[in-house]
Design a protein around this ligand. Structure first.
Ligand code: PHE
Length: 357
């Protein structure tokens, strides 16, 4: 019995955690524990033997139980102390403010553009950035061998080996949203579609990902005159100058006929750009009357409906309006740049409240 006692007291003293302690309790005083089994043997003993052994075994059981309880408490204390050490916190230290970001100029300008076109009755449409080559090219009257496909510096997605369907592309412009919107809504329709586009190009004024906003207006008798008015209204509101002057220059896009590129009058005196004055012209967008084939691809009858479309670079508009010289910095995620060029989250552009605060 002394051996049994010493064995369990030593083991309890050495137990490293509550799980180990519980194993010892089961082994010693559990239902089938060594001490419990010994107590069961009392029944087979003579009354004299039992009188000696009974109290001894009971005392042993009590001793083991209280050793277990003490050790359990000690282990819990140790665990608590360890946590208190580890989770120590000086509540008197000053608070550390989180780095504060601002609204990115691209987001702000997108909101400004949306506010202006919403005021003219345009809704916002969206499409995927990974686009099928049908939506990005064919439906826009750019067949497979058309040179425009090369000019777009397209990023192609990969297909599984053996799958020879044409690969999807990262959309090279927002024009595929014209097709998606026409197919979803039919005519008449008036939408803009701002979003990310991708071309394999990188220098001070080009990044492989940039932003465009598409415009599309289809009705029974929409003409180039409506296009011109809408774009002039837009530029006047966006650049916040009354005397904006636009120049429509004949151009070519496969998806519009006739097509025009639009330049805005500006001056570069002393290296700063002023919109609406001077003798320089800067190209800001492409536009035209939607090609009948494009209407057809959009599920709209070109004998019944006609309209205009335009596409412009949002980043470029942001650079022009807010005097930001290098496009690449737009996408560096540099908080210092953002604090300099960014906008307060409360600076929501509205036509009545002022677009740029
Ligand atoms: N998709 C053309 C581009 O990316 C812009 C454009 C849109 C031109 C709509 C005409 C009409 O350059």
């Amino acid at each position: 019995m002394d051996d049994l006692r010493q064995k369990y007291l030593d083991a309890i003293a050495a137990a490293a955690n509550e799980a180990g302690l519980e194993e010892l309790r089961v082994a010693a005083v559990g239902k089938k524990g060594e001490i419990s089994l010994k107590m069961r043997e009392l029944g087979k003993m003579s009354p004299e033997e039992r009188q000696v052994m009974g109290p001894k075994l009971n005392a042993l059981k009590d001793e083991i139980n209280s050793a277990l309880a003490l050790k359990k408490e000690a282990l819990a204390d140790a665990a608590l102390n360890e946590r208190l050490e580890a989770e120590w916190l000086d509540v008197t230290l000053p608070g550390r403010p989180r780095p504060r970001g601002t609204v990115h100029p691209v987001s702000q300008v997108t909101e400004e553009i949306t506010a202006i076109f919403a005021d003219m009755g345009f809704a916002v449409a969206e499409g995927p950035q990974i686009e099928s080559d049908w939506f990005n090219f064919d439906a826009l009257n750019i067949p497979p061998e058309h040179p425009a496909r090369q000019e777009h510096d397209t990023f192609f997605m990969s297909r599984a080996a053996g799958d020879d369907r044409p690969p999807h592309v990262l959309r090279t412009h927002t024009s595929p949203v014209q097709i998606r919107a026409m197919r979803a809504q039919g005519a008449p329709i008036r939408v803009i579609a701002p979003g990310r586009v991708y071309r394999c190009d990188y220098d001070q004024t080009h990044t492989p990902m940039f932003h465009q906003v598409e415009g599309l207006a289809i009705d029974r008798d929409i003409s180039m005159a409506n296009l011109k008015w809408v774009l002039e209204e837009f530029c006047r509101a966006f650049f916040e100058v009354e005397g904006v002057e636009l120049r429509f220059r004949a151009s070519h896009f496969p998806f519009t006929e006739p097509s025009a590129e639009v330049d805005i009058r500006c001056s570069w005196a002393d290296g700063t750009l002023k919109i609406g004055e001077g003798d320089d012209w800067m190209e800001i967008l492409g536009s035209g009357m939607v090609h009948p084939k494009v209407l057809t691809a959009g599920g709209i009858d070109p004998d019944q409906w006609q309209g205009f479309a335009f596409g412009m670079g949002i980043d470029r508009l942001a650079m022009l309006k807010y005097g930001i010289p290098d496009l690449r910095a737009f996408f560096d995620s540099d908080l210092r740049w953002l604090r300099h060029y960014g906008f307060s989250a409360l600076d929501m552009p509205t036509l009545h409240g002022g677009l740029s605060g």
